[in-house]
Design a protein around this ligand. Structure first.
Ligand SMILES: [Zn+2]
Length: 436
């Protein structure tokens, strides 16, 4: 049994005695007032436990000397000094030994060093908690939500910092992944691994964000697998989103790096479902020439709706035409679809022209009969809902204005959360070591 379980048992054991001694003083407080008070108390007791635990870690009798982490000379004990750790149980003030080095003149706290505490900074737990609220709503609103949910009193600025820190940690992980994915050795090792994905999906898309200097396009991507539900529907699972604010040529590296993590290059079957944007298919062809390419069914069929709407005054006639052509597209009768579109060129020149250009570019990506026979997903709903959640949910909040870096970091944090990676992110990676 661990220490805290022991402590908890002991506390529970002595609790009746303490409470009984107040028997005459039990007032007529209602449950909701009481639960708030007890909650505050647990918070305060937890704070006290952390403080005592920290001070016990430091030891009763500090050694006269310790190795200086700055220069490795011997540093001398000076005295205990008070420190502050911002934890899930509030601000913990504790005392710990302070050493000063005569050689380099710098001081240090061995306890902070050992426990990776950066005095006055938020713990990893606080960063994750604050960021979780901060990536969902404005930082002002977040302050109130956080206080209500967790009793943590943080300024909007601290919540902003926490959210950006999560994003920065994701960025750090991605940088490591980028380097790894480009090493010959790692690529070699990949090929030898026996486990290869059977069928992996990928998608890429862009969405608009309002930054300080106007609207900009962010780029996002996703990797996922699918399973078939009992109703026979294909559902996405293990979805991994990534996002960045980069030109397409640089975003391509992130596509490769995240794909490498999912063994996309080794998949027996790799399927890209996306809309028709040229930069997207260029990236796919550059890194995954073997992939099956599919333009999203809803994007493609929307071109038919646009023609129907522009060409027919009569709503029923429009619907009839649309039903016929959608059915033909669904069954892979592309020639019939093209012919039908062309026959309306005089009545709806713009819509037909746009559609025919799109179809001509994406012809091989519209073999929906073939794709369906293989049991492939033909809609990029997974990616679109990702973009919506990455963009609309937070970055497009009314009145929210972002700097490029701010938007980029919060989007990355959101992507990690949506991908279920929140707990794996190490927010303290950059904090240490102290050794220069
Ligand atoms: Zn030193």
């Amino acid at each position: 049994m661990d220490l805290i379980t022991h402590v908890q048992q002991k506390m529970v054991e002595i609790l009746p005695e303490i409470l009984n001694s107040y028997e005459g003083e039990i007032g007529d407080v209602d449950l909701s007032a009481m639960e708030q008070q007890v909650r505050q108390m647990s918070h305060a007791v937890g704070n006290e436990v952390l403080k005592r635990w920290l001070e016990m870690q430091d030891g009763k009798y500090p050694a006269d000397e310790q190795v200086c982490p700055h220069c490795t000379a011997q540093a001398r004990y000076v005295r205990r000094r008070s420190g502050l750790a911002i934890t899930l149980l509030g601000r913990v003030y504790y005392r710990r030994s302070y050493y000063c080095c005569a050689v380099c003149g710098q001081g240090h706290y061995p306890l902070d060093h050992r426990l990776k505490i950066k005095p006055g900074e938020m713990s990893d737990g606080v960063v994750k908690c604050a960021a979780l609220v901060g990536i969902e709503s404005g930082f002002e609103t977040s302050r109130d939500r956080l206080a209500r949910l967790s009793l943590l009193e943080l300024s909007p600025n601290s919540i902003r910092k926490a959210s950006q820190r999560m994003g920065a940690s994701v960025m750090q992980q991605e940088a490591a992944l980028l380097a790894h994915s480009q090493s010959d050795e790692a690529q070699h090792a990949h090929r030898r691994e026996p486990e290869k994905p059977r069928r992996l999906y990928g998608s890429i898309d862009g969405f608009m964000v309002l930054l300080d200097d106007g609207w900009h396009e962010m780029k996002a991507g996703a990797w996922w697998t699918t399973h078939t539900t009992r109703q026979g529907e294909l559902k996405a699972d293990n979805i991994h989103y990534y996002v960045d604010y980069l030109p397409a040529t640089e975003f391509a590296d992130l596509v490769w790096a995240t794909g490498f993590e999912h063994h996309a290059d080794q998949a027996y079957e790799l399927v890209f479902v996306a809309d028709g944007a040229t930069w997207i298919w260029r990236i796919v062809e550059q890194h995954y020439p073997q992939a099956i390419q599919i333009v999203d069914w809803y994007h493609a069929s929307a071109y038919l709706s646009a023609i129907a709407e522009a060409a027919f005054k009569d709503k029923q006639a429009a619907q009839r035409w649309l039903d016929q052509q959608t059915d033909a597209l669904w069954h892979g009768r592309l020639r019939q679809v093209f012919r039908a579109c062309r026959s309306l060129a005089e009545r709806a020149p713009d819509a037909v022209h746009t559609a025919l250009i799109y179809f001509a570019h994406n012809r091989h990506r519209m073999r929906y009969d073939k794709f369906r026979h293989k049991g492939l997903q033909i809609g990029s709903g997974t990616m679109e809902s990702g973009c919506k959640q990455l963009g609309l949910g937070r970055l497009k909040i009314a009145g929210a204005q972002w700097s490029t870096d701010g938007a980029r970091l919060v989007a990355k944090a959101r992507a990690a959360y949506l991908s279920g990676q929140w707990d794996e992110i190490n927010t303290s990676a950059e904090a240490l070591p102290l050794i220069a």
